[in-house]
Write a protein that binds this ligand. Sequence first.
Ligand SMILES: Cc1cc2nc3c(=O)[nH]c(=O)nc-3n(C[C@H](O)[C@H](O)[C@H](O)COP(=O)(O)OP(=O)(O)OC[C@H]3O[C@@H](n4cnc5c(N)ncnc54)[C@H](O)[C@@H]3O)c2cc1C
Length: 402
Amino acid sequence: MARKKVLVLGGNFGGLTAALAVDHELGGDVDVRVVSDSDHFLFNPSLIWLPFGKRKAADITFPLAPTFEAHGVDFVHAEATHLDLPGRKVTTSAGTYGYDYLVIATGYRNDYTVVPGLGPGGNAYGITTLEDAIRAGEGWQRFLEAPGDIVVGATQGAGCFGAAYEYLFNMSHQLRKAGLKKRVKLSFVSPEPFLGHFGIGGLPHGEGLLGMFLKKEGITAHMDVGVARVEDGRVVLADDQAITFSYAMFVPPFLGQEVVRAATEIADAKGYVKVRDTYQTAAYDDVYAVGIAAAVPVPWQTSTPLGIPKTGFPTERMAHVAAKNIAAQIRGEQPRAHEEFGDMPAVCVMDAGNNGVIILADKMLPPRKHGVLIPGPQAHAMKVAFEKYFLWKARHGYVSLP
Ligand SMILES: Cc1cc2nc3c(=O)[nH]c(=O)nc-3n(C[C@H](O)[C@H](O)[C@H](O)COP(=O)(O)OP(=O)(O)OC[C@H]3O[C@@H](n4cnc5c(N)ncnc54)[C@H](O)[C@@H]3O)c2cc1C
């Protein structure tokens, strides 16, 4: 019998894990191909450090081809441009590939349209792509020549709040190191209903702890508010307050990729794929989506809209569930592995430069039985150690390790 073909779109947290895990589940008795428009893996969590020169691009990336080659997975550096799901094939910039099982792990793109004045060439920096973070670093160097006030935040609809908080606290740390802390007014802007909501409903004592951190660092918070526009040197909030700045960074909302959004039989209006808890799409048993590409409904209504943080840990869990189910289907069994996003544990570190908070909860979304925030310098050490460990694990393709 011909070997089954598994096609994976995207080669970062979700795609790399799914591709190697399905190969591992089947002992290599499967043809796995990864198509990614990036030929490098990017450890996005370290983008918060790049603008301050604490990391270079080469420190937080590695080339994908050797990793996949070492595991017998075919790697194609190309962009997927059209999904023909009834025909079981995907058009890419390098040709058309058929599949028996498809995994969509194409992640996010920034939605800069939500606020005038954001995005490349706009009036505020971003840190959610490598290119954005490099520009934010160039801006930081210019800022050091002519310091002034700083605004860091997340816009309405954003979900990646951890990155906004981490950049804020790292910024405060860097200002202190540069001897500028007393001269610079640092403001935080967020659509979250309260400090430490993080897009996951908050955790016990989180608001108080974050409030204490902000007070200690002399940071002014503007919560539960959207951003109307970012002008040159001035951000105007939805409540008409204006904050002037010499340097600003905003985390925007994310969207799914256009190629996914165009496949309307599986995607919602934002380009995220509607999935079951098996990570099969609602519409096709043989098409899966994992990581940021998978739609996760926001379980609450807030006065200022929020997204949901689909972080690395749940992305890997989704990829393993998908890999197990594809392997089961190939063996002629039912796909039985399943786990709702909201039921996955929350495991995260919020870095603050030389300090931080370890965030642990039994579930990503409430109701929860346990949730704890552990502040202290060990959090920073943990994030640094995790970065090294994760890059080693991913580069060698050891995706079965925790
Ligand atoms: C600044 C920042 C800080 C973060 N910090 C943390 C943290 O501390 N902890 C944590 O757990 N998570 C963190 N995250 C979240 C984490 O990075 C995501 O959970 C993770 O990147 C999701 O992986 P993914 O594979 O779903 O998507 P992505 O990482 O977005 O990968 C998608 C891949 O698909 C490729 N692709 C896109 N479109 C196409 C196409 N048309 N054809 C082919 N390939 C395509 C892309 O090039 C990319 O390589 C952070 C994210 C950011 C941005």
